[in-house]
Design a protein around this ligand. Structure first.
Ligand SMILES: Nc1ncnc2c1ncn2[C@@H]1O[C@H](COP(=O)(O)OP(=O)(O)OP(=O)(O)O)[C@@H](O)[C@H]1O
Ligand SMILES: [Mg+2]
Length: 484
């Protein structure tokens, strides 16, 4: 252990004999400073860091209590102890009541008693000092966090500012029009659209441009957790609610209080979960799992799905009452292939974004590369376009344009070759590679024909039966392609 600096004790008494007696008792544990008069004691106090003061009540010049009162102004952190005789009891009580002294010692004192009391006073001083330091550190850390938070918020606002959402197409203009209407309100929004169309981006834009932007935006993917975990994630739980619940946990609804919660892939939730969520929306309250407690919540709800929820309702897979609660204000994001006018601008936008991010200077994107991008169907929508551009920017030479060879569209010969190299594990056999490629071609055909089996089969040169068999074999989910 690091040797601790010894604390200083100041003893004040007009009788030198007593002062020396005190010194003998304390010098093992402390640096003892002696002072034969109150006035010289005040000098010492101004000059030295005194931890504990030990003061006799009866002195010429001023009483011990008066000295301690003055001492308190000079060095409030010093622990003050009064040594009194029996006849001084009234002054002592008054001093205690006024908070001038922490301890008092009656004469005649026993050395062991004095040592114990002063030791305790020293500990008290040290604790208070450590504590003050911690409080100060905490204050500073808090202030730092607050400032970082403000900066972060500004960054977020900039990131989700409208000019970062690209879309000149009339479909996207319509989306912007709806956004402007809905942002200032508290209305529940349901965002629909295929994967990668920008659902989460829009959800964040609603939050970070609206009146709740100073509060939290929390996002939960409802498909990524089993029902019970999802419930405790959203509503919280108390310690012991289930095995593994070793402490109380706040739910996201509570964390988002005053802000926005984004329930992604809401279409994938179980009937039991839908029932609970409905109750929460009806009552505006949550009950943490395993608790009787009711917590009132004020949260804006935005949900999203890439499923056709109307159909799910018709098929009995999604609760109709919940659907109406969530679908107060629907916003649909059309797939990119239905708004090809946006491809150009998006491509430019992403080239800039990634060039900046990678600190690379790129001279833009060539006409022929744009041409290529224009013609593609983008089953993965904007995200896919973004990934294609990101890759091209990585490959592009410093100062040069993005050219067609850098554009890697799935389905081209290059892709097939790469698929052969990289699928499923380190060293797949030929059979596996061929299967992977076959599956890939089937999915592409389904994508192109929106899940129409006859047309996809014709394109692939298969019978309907043959295609059905392959779908089963590769576990391709036809529904995914039919929705839009
Ligand atoms: N209009 C747009 N302008 C600029 N960037 C966009 C636009 N739409 C989507 N993006 C970008 O595309 C990527 C995918 O968007 P996002 O994650 O919001 O899609 P999603 O609909 O939530 O997809 P999924 O259903 O797969 O979760 C993000 O990086 C997002 O910033
Ligand atoms: Mg998403």
């Amino acid at each position: 252990m690091k040797a601790k600096r010894r604390l200083k004790v100041l003893a004040v008494d007009d009788e030198p004999g007593i002062l020396h007696a005190i010194q003998r008792v304390l010098r093992r544990d402390f640096d003892v400073v002696l002072s034969a008069s109150p006035l010289s004691a005040l000098e010492v106090l101004r000059d030295q860091e005194i931890a504990v003061m030990l003061v006799d009540q009866r002195m010429p010049e001023m009483t011990g209590v008066e000295l301690l009162r003055k001492a308190r102004e000079i060095r409030p952190e010093a622990v003050r102890i009064l040594i009194t005789g029996y006849s001084d009891i009234d002054a002592t009580i008054q001093a205690i009541n006024e908070g001038q002294v922490f301890y008092y010692i009656q004469k005649p004192w026993e050395p062991e008693e004095l040592r114990l009391i002063v030791r305790r006073a020293g500990e008290h001083f040290q604790l208070k000092k450590d504590n003050d330091r911690l409080v100060e550190e905490l204050k500073q850390a808090n202030e730092r966090l607050r400032r970082e938070n403000i900066l972060l918020h500004r960054e977020m606002e900039a990131e989700y500012a409208f000019d970062q959402i690209i879309g000149k197409s009339s479909a996207m203009q319509q989306v912007f029009h709806l956004l402007k209407k809905v942002i200032p309100t508290d209305v529940t929004v349901l965002i629909t659209g295929e994967t990668g169309t920008g659902k989460e981006l829009i959800a964040r834009a609603i939050h970070f441009n609206g009146p709740r932007k100073q509060k939290m935006f929390v996002s939960q993917n409802c498909a990524s957790l089993p029902e019970t975990l999802l419930e405790s994630e959203l509503f919280g739980h108390v310690k012991g609610a289930f095995t593994g619940a070793t402490r109380d946990k706040k739910g996201l609804f509570e964390i988002a209080d005053g802000g926005t919660i984004f329930l992604d892939e809401i279409g994938e939730t179980s009937p039991e979960f839908q029932k609970r969520l409905l109750r929460v929306l009806q009552e505006g309250e949550i009950h943490p799992v395993g608790s009787e407690k009711t917590i009132h919540i004020d949260v804006r709800i935005i949900s999203a799905t890439n499923r056709d929820l109307t159909r799910a309702v018709a098929e009995g897979k999604f609760r109709e009452d919940l659907f109406y609660r969530l679908n107060v204000f629907p916003i649909h994001l059309p797939p990119l292939r239905e708004r090809r006018e946006d491809i150009l601008e998006l491509a430019h936008h992403f080239v800039q974004k990634y060039a900046l991010k990678m600190g690379k200077s790129i001279a833009g994107i060539s006409e022929s590369a744009l041409q290529l991008l224009q013609e593609y169907d983008y089953p993965g929508n904007v995200r896919q376009l973004e990934n294609i551009i990101e890759r091209a920017v990585v490959l592009a030479d410093e100062g040069m344009e993005v050219t067609p060879e850098l554009i890697d569209l799935p389905g081209s010969a290059g892709t097939a070759a790469r698929l052969g190299e990289t699928v499923s594990g380190k060293n797949p056999g030929l059979k596996k590679r061929v299967e992977e490629l076959e599956r890939y071609c089937i999915e592409q055909a389904l994508q192109r024909h929106r899940g129409n089996i006859s047309r996809a089969a014709r394109e692939l040169g298969l019978s309907r039966m043959g295609l059905h068999k392959k779908l089963q074999r590769y576990r391709v989910d036809l529904k995914r392609y039919k929705q839009s």
